[in-house]
Design a protein around this ligand. Structure first.
Ligand code: PLP
Length: 269
């Protein structure tokens, strides 16, 4: 194998800290590593959590988030960026400002994290507008059914509703591409990929998924978005990056293992 220090690109995760390592920044860095990509990280929030629940969430100082980004990006040019938990509107605005220091064309994957699986809010309501501004800069936005519903005002729990929500993301909220994840929908966990063309049309494609009954697994959304970012950093086209990332997460769910008393963590090899 070639020397990874010479050949591996850098991907940047802008996300919250999860001390279990199952989600958030710690999981993103493991996913980058599994793809042979160097992981850089800017922390947006400190969560206090175990494998059972989020106990507390503390946003980082917004000016420190902006400073982390500006200092880092003056020196390091990531080949792709993943954005996860943003906690507050002030932090989200700092991230939006900090993105101006990215080289033009750097692909951004936005996981529009609103809440943890246990229901704890991970983004305050008044930040949704800023989140949507960040979505306009993204190469891909990866909402689950609940996030797609909340941000578009459409019920994304049916296939027809997911298609409508994807169109709203692409045509009204300005996202270039959106992956509406079906893991939380009843029935087959098919994902919907919607890509807006230069002529303003939206191409929809259903990507079939298979439900893997492993019980609760933590951090699947974080892993999917960071796997797409890692693959974009390696130069894969968006459609291939999404397909590869979905297969990667499916394998990681099948290999999930308990590390505590609650949800399992992904098996990342
Ligand atoms: N903690 C952090 C820092 C996260 O970013 C996320 C999800 O994005 C979670 C927890 C929630 O993970 P889960 O939905 O698996 O509970």
């Amino acid at each position: 194998m070639s020397d990874p220090a010479v050949t591996s690109p850098t991907a940047l995760s802008i996300a919250g800290s999860d001390p279990t390592g199952g989600a958030g920044l710690q999981a993103d860095l493991q996913v980058f590593r599994a793809h042979g990509v160097h992981g850089a990280g800017v922390v947006t929030a400190i969560t206090v959590q175990d494998t059972q629940r989020v106990h507390r969430s503390l946003p980082a100082f917004p000016n420190v988030v902006l400073e982390q980004l500006r200092v880092l990006l003056r020196d390091v040019a990531p080949a792709a960026v993943k954005i996860g938990m943003l906690a507050t509107d002030d932090v989200a605005r700092s991230v939006l400002l900090g993105l101006d220091a990215l080289a033009p064309g750097t692909p951004i994957v936005l996981d529009p994290v609103l809440a943890a699986s246990d229901g704890t809010a991970l983004l305050e309501r008044r930040a949704w507008g800023t989140l949507c501004e960040i979505a306009q800069r993204a190469a891909l936005v990866t909402p689950n059914v609940a996030e797609a519903g909340a941000l578009t005002g459409r019920d994304a729990s049916t296939r027809a509703g997911a298609e409508e929500a994807a169109r709203v993301f692409a045509l009204e909220l300005g996202a270039r591409a959106v992956l509406v994840k079906g893991g939380h929908r009843d029935g087959a966990p098919d994902d919907l990929l919607a890509v807006r063309g230069d002529d303003g049309t939206v191409a929809l494609e259903w990507l079939p998924g298979e439900r893997i009954d492993a019980g609760p697994v933590h951090g699947t959304g974080c892993a999917l978005s960071s796997a797409v970012a890692a693959r974009l950093a390696r130069g894969e086209p968006l459609r291939d990056a999404v397909a590869g990332a979905r297969a990667f997460v499916a394998r990681a769910i099948a290999a999930a293992r308990p590390i505590g008393r609650g949800a399992r963590v992904l098996g990342l090899g």
